[in-house]
Design a protein around this ligand. Structure first.
Ligand SMILES: Cc1cc2nc3c(=O)[nH]c(=O)nc-3n(C[C@H](O)[C@H](O)[C@H](O)COP(=O)(O)OP(=O)(O)OC[C@H]3O[C@@H](n4cnc5c(N)ncnc54)[C@H](O)[C@@H]3O)c2cc1C
Length: 320
């Protein structure tokens, strides 16, 4: 029976949705599940990991772990995988994980598949699927000759189970051993946004050059607020400095997979589509009926964003 380790990312006592999805998946597979948490204070999040199905929890809590450091984290994760005798390692395909796990894979000589959209833990060979070439095709990846198989899954692909607040897990701790580091992170300045990061958001309202200018982009804010959505953008308006780069969706921005993606005044260039075609429902608003975004849209509204967006916002306000 494979031993599954889930690397959990968290803030305070809140595990990220991607981690909750993977804990649920691992629990439902019937395999022994170990959760790994690394940070300055993991105690509350560790309890949550048990509620969502971890049988064992390995925590590495230390003041020095407040900020991510690739050298320290890759050492801790590699040691945790060995300590837990895990042969399947799951993590959400976040920016942190995409930096961390190639290092872990190299240390352990393990197989690694990142940015996956489907996985079957019952499959002995562990076959996963991942989109390639800007979502133009999907690769089926199987692991060969690797004792440990590491899979990074895109968030919002899997259901999250109900927590069992009475569940507890055997907990062990892992001490920091790395010294003489070549880099240290002294400070991280957090953004001001209070909404979920784009990669985790369930609803995204994204804008493009059709919004005319920085002021025009602001018509999306009431819509996003009404829906509890995260704001996104095309690269054209990030390059024009209407919004920060953290808003960018696409090939050179973030890959997202929300339940609902509302594209406002975005043409649907291939590089933009590369980041958002995993969305479950896509609504496109564009005044050009020939805009490529309509080929990917579940619902298309041919019209002026400055007329359609305020009307939609009002309708949603009445509904919600
Ligand atoms: C290597 C490379 C990487 C790239 N990476 C990315 C990436 O990660 N993400 C990304 O988004 N792009 C990326 N791009 C850029 C991409 O090719 C496009 O240039 C960009 O996505 C276009 O942004 P846009 O849709 O906002 O603007 P445009 O293509 O100019 O489209 C604006 C749209 O708004 C519509 N419109 C205009 N006025 C209105 C109105 N009043 N009401 C309704 N609709 C209106 C127009 O009909 C048009 O379809 C990349 C390009 C390259 C070469």
């Amino acid at each position: 029976m494979p031993n599954v380790l889930v690397f959990c990312e968290f803030t305070g006592d809140q595990l990220k949705n991607g981690s909750l999805e993977l804990l649920t998946l691992a629990k439902n597979s019937g395999n022994p599940v170990t959760a790994l948490l690394i940070g300055d204070d993991c105690s509350l999040a560790a309890k949550k990991a048990a509620h969502y199905g971890a049988h064992k929890v390995i925590v590495s809590s230390d003041d020095s772990l407040k900020n991510y450091n690739s050298e320290v984290f890759s050492d801790l994760v590699s040691r945790a995988i060995i300590e837990a005798s895990s042969n399947i390692v799951l993590a959400s395909s976040t920016t942190l994980a995409k930096d961390l796990f190639p290092r872990v894979a190299a240390r352990l000589n393990a197989g690694l598949a990142s940015d996956c959209v489907s996985i079957d833990l019952q499959d002995e060979k562990l076959t996963v699927k991942k989109p390639l070439y800007s979502d133009k095709c999907t690769a089926e990846v199987t692991f060969q000759n690797s004792e440990q198989k590491i899979v990074l899954m895109r968030a919002n692909q899997l259901p999250i189970g109900e927590p069992d607040s009475t569940a507890s897990a055997e907990t062990s701790s892992l001490a920091v051993e790395s010294t003489n580091l070549s880099t240290i992170i002294k400070d991280i300045v957090k953004g001001t946004s209070e909404t979920l990061d784009l990669t985790e958001a369930n609803i995204i309202v994204a804008g493009g050059r059709g919004l005319r200018d920085k002021e025009g982009y602001k018509i999306l804010e009431p819509l996003a607020k009404t829906l509890g959505a995260t704001l996104g953008a095309s690269r054209a308006i990030v390059d024009a400095e209407w919004v920060p780069h953290s808003y960018q969706v696409g090939q050179t921005g973030k890959t997202v997979a929300p339940s609902l993606y509302i594209a406002c005044g975005i043409s649907g260039a291939i590089q933009h589509l590369a980041g958002m075609t995993g969305s479950k429902v896509i609504v496109a608003i564009n005044k050009d009926p020939e805009a490529p975004i309509f080929k990917k849209a579940t619902y298309g509204i041919v019209g002026d964003v400055f007329e359609v967006v305020p009307k939609l916002t009002e309708e949603f306000k009445n509904l919600l």
